[in-house]
Design a protein around this ligand. Structure first.
Ligand code: GUN
Ligand code: ZN
Length: 426
């Protein structure tokens, strides 16, 4: 049993609903960890007195919170992050697809999976939801690499049967068969969760979408992840490929791919009907701000969609996103909010990167919060990690002001420790 001491921050509710009243902060707090679980949280004094047998790890002024939950990434795009000058469709064809072809080699897939997970752990991220490539071995690679680190990870084989290179295409039937075999192998094994993964409507035939919709109805506890309304040209293309569809979302809905366990990445240019349906079924929208600015996609309406009651998670979208860091991702969320006239509070940003993302991927009963009974996936932040941040933080009068400086200017140097399943991993 271990007792971590420091400043502690958790949430009893969403700050989008309750403001800072939704947060639980202790200036001198303690987190008791045992057997991979959070056993108790409270003031340092009470925790010391209640658990005298615990081994103490004192992080001083470090801020202990739940680890970050990155709700949409492409681990196979690690090698092509920050590739210059293209918008979505050209970016996929020029950079992404050639790199994803390399994952036909299982040894390369495993090497990149290991490299990627080490990078995100160094950035304080403890759970990722990732696309693999078309190759089943690329799914094995990420789940095996995650198991070696004790990480709770969601992943799925990316399915495409048109508008991609031959080497990256399966069929409706092989997409179904291979995804089903992977579900049977991985879903619920240790900390692995499977996500059925049609890349997006332009790279699937209606037959493939239907096959994956059927698979989801046969395995309803799986998540389903895809892309939705990211760029204007993409939406026009979808309309031409699916002339009978009412809108982009309808291309999924008509094929059994709209549901509560669905994760819809980007969702920037939603029509009213799409918003209504997404809210009715309580599906999750995943905001990927560094991707949306980097690929030139547009400005997600966080304020409006939250006010309307949507379930929203936060993600890097590596490597369309330009960072592995959820701190940088929170900063970009703030910047996009400013451009839309809705500056998000530090509590809202931090909630999105932890409890909000966990809620979006339907795991808020397990991860994403500093709460007894949750799994012990934690990050410890240094709120004075650089001279620039330290001088700003020294003027801060509240934890929110101090935390905001690290959100806006922090990077992996701000990560003092990342605990996964009760074990310090960096
Ligand atoms: N839409 C379809 N595939 C992708 C992808 O790999 N990245 C992003 N950002 N958008 C996509
Ligand atoms: Zn994506």
């Amino acid at each position: 049993m271990k007792l971590l001491l420091g400043q502690t921050l958790g949430f009893s509710d969403s700050p989008f609903d309750l403001g800072i009243e939704a947060a639980t902060f202790e200036r001198r707090g303690g987190v008791v960890v045992d057997g991979g679980m959070i056993i108790a949280t409270g003031t340092a004094d009470v925790m010391r007195a209640t658990y005298p047998q615990a081994q103490i790890i004192d992080y001083g002024d470090g801020l202990i919170t739940a680890g970050f939950v990155d709700a949409h990434v492409h681990y196979p795009q690690t090698g092509i992050i920050a590739s210059w000058g293209k918008r979505l469709i050209d970016w996929l064809n020029s950079y992404t697809f050639p790199e994803e072809m390399r994952f036909a080699d299982p040894a390369y897939a495993r090497k990149m999976a290991d490299m990627y997970l080490d990078l995100v752990i160094d950035n304080g991220t403890t759970t990722i939801v990732t696309y693999a490539t078309i190759h089943p071995a690329s799914v094995d690679a990420i789940f095996e690499a995650a198991a070696a680190r004790g990480m709770r990870v969601v992943a799925g084989k990316t399915c495409m049967d048109r508008n991609a290179p031959d080497g990256l295409c399966d069929t409706a039937q092989t997409a179904y068969d291979q995804s089903k075999a992977l579900i049977e192998k991985w879903h619920g094994t240790g900390r692995a969760t499977y996500a059925i993964t049609p890349r997006f409507s332009p790279t699937s035939t209606p037959e493939q979408l239907s096959a994956l919709g059927a698979l989801w109805s046969e395995h309803p506890t799986c998540l389903m992840q895809t892309h939705l309304s990211e760029q204007v040209d993409e939406i026009e293309w979808v309309k031409s490929l699916y002339p009978a569809a009412r809108d982009y979302l309808d291309t999924y809905e008509q094929h059994g791919l709209l549901g509560a366990n669905g994760l819809y990445g980007h969702a920037i240019y939603l029509e009213d009907r799409e918003k209504d349906r997404l809210r009715e079924v309580d599906a999750s929208l995943i905001h990927c701000p560094t991707s949306n600015t980097f690929i030139g996609s547009g400005l997600f309406d966080m304020g409006g969609l939250m006010a309307d009651g949507h379930r929203i998670g936060l993600a890097t979208d590596t490597g369309g996103g330009s960072s592995f860091s959820m701190l940088r991702t929170m900063a970009a969320t703030y910047e996009i909010g400013q451009l839309r006239g809705r500056p998000l509070h530090a509590s809202e940003l931090y909630w999105l990167a932890t409890a909000g993302s966990a809620r979006a991927i339907r795991m808020d009963d397990k991860i994403g919060n500093l709460r007894a009974g949750n799994e012990a996936d934690l990050v410890v932040l240094d709120l004075a990690s650089t001279a620039a941040i330290a001088q700003r933080a020294s003027r801060a009068k509240t934890i929110w002001d101090a935390l905001f400086a690290t959100i806006m200017m922090g990077d992996d140097r701000a990560i003092t420790a990342t605990w996964i399943n009760g074990v310090p991993r960096s």
